[in-house]
Design a protein around this ligand. Structure first.
Ligand code: NAP
Length: 150
């Protein structure tokens, strides 16, 4: 199963100014919707609180600290699922990720929630492709596969 991290990030690697921020600066929501539609999406409880509405057409799994990522993923019957944030949740699922889809936004926050707070491993990425975000000049989603030693 593909386990895909998908995120909007700033040029300095942040996904939010603080953990309660409503991410209203993301410019690729239509791409996010199209790519995740029909697939399970996994998010942390803090991210859930920041969402104004449910994500229609997608099984939504909200993760709490007592949940086991391996068990959550093991219960899915799908060829693909998306880890949609936030930072703590990206970190908790890091060792199960197969791909990263990152849209780099023309912003620098200088501080905030990083993509992987407190990550205790390195991830080696293989570039796959770069997709231009429709209607947004200069905005691209970079897609990487995670290279894991067998
Ligand atoms: N730019 C993007 O693409 C993007 C995407 C998604 C989210 N975001 C933003 O990211 C921010 C939220 O990120 P986040 O990292 O703060 O939260 P998060 O990953 O959404 O949720 C926090 C997770 O950490 C757990 N947790 C909280 N305190 C803990 C502790 N002391 N020990 C162990 N686990 C703990 C929570 O479990 P409990 O429920 O048990 O507390 C929950 O599972 C929001 O501003 C959101 O808008 C941005």
């Amino acid at each position: 199963m593909d386990v895909i991290l998908i995120a909007a990030i700033t040029a300095d690697g942040y996904i939010a100014r603080h953990s309660s921020e409503v991410v209203d600066w993301s410019l690729d929501l239509h791409l996010f919707r199209r790519q995740t539609m029909g697939y399970p999406v996994i998010m942390g409880s803090q991210t859930k609180k920041t969402l104004a509405m449910d994500l229609d057409g997608r099984e939504t799994i909200v993760v709490h600290r007592h949940n086991d990522p391996e068990e959550i993923l093991g219960n899915l019957c799908t060829d693909k699922c998306f880890i949609i944030g936030g930072g703590r949740t990206y970190t908790r699922f890091a060792s199960y990720l197969t791909h990263l889809y990152l849209t780099i936004h023309p912003l620098v926050f200088g501080g905030g929630v990083t993509l992987f707070p407190d990550l205790d491993e390195e991830l080696d990425l293989i570039f796959m492709q770069m997709i231009s975000v429709e209607g947004r000049k200069g905005l691209y989603q970079f897609q990487y596969k995670i290279n894991r030693p067998n």
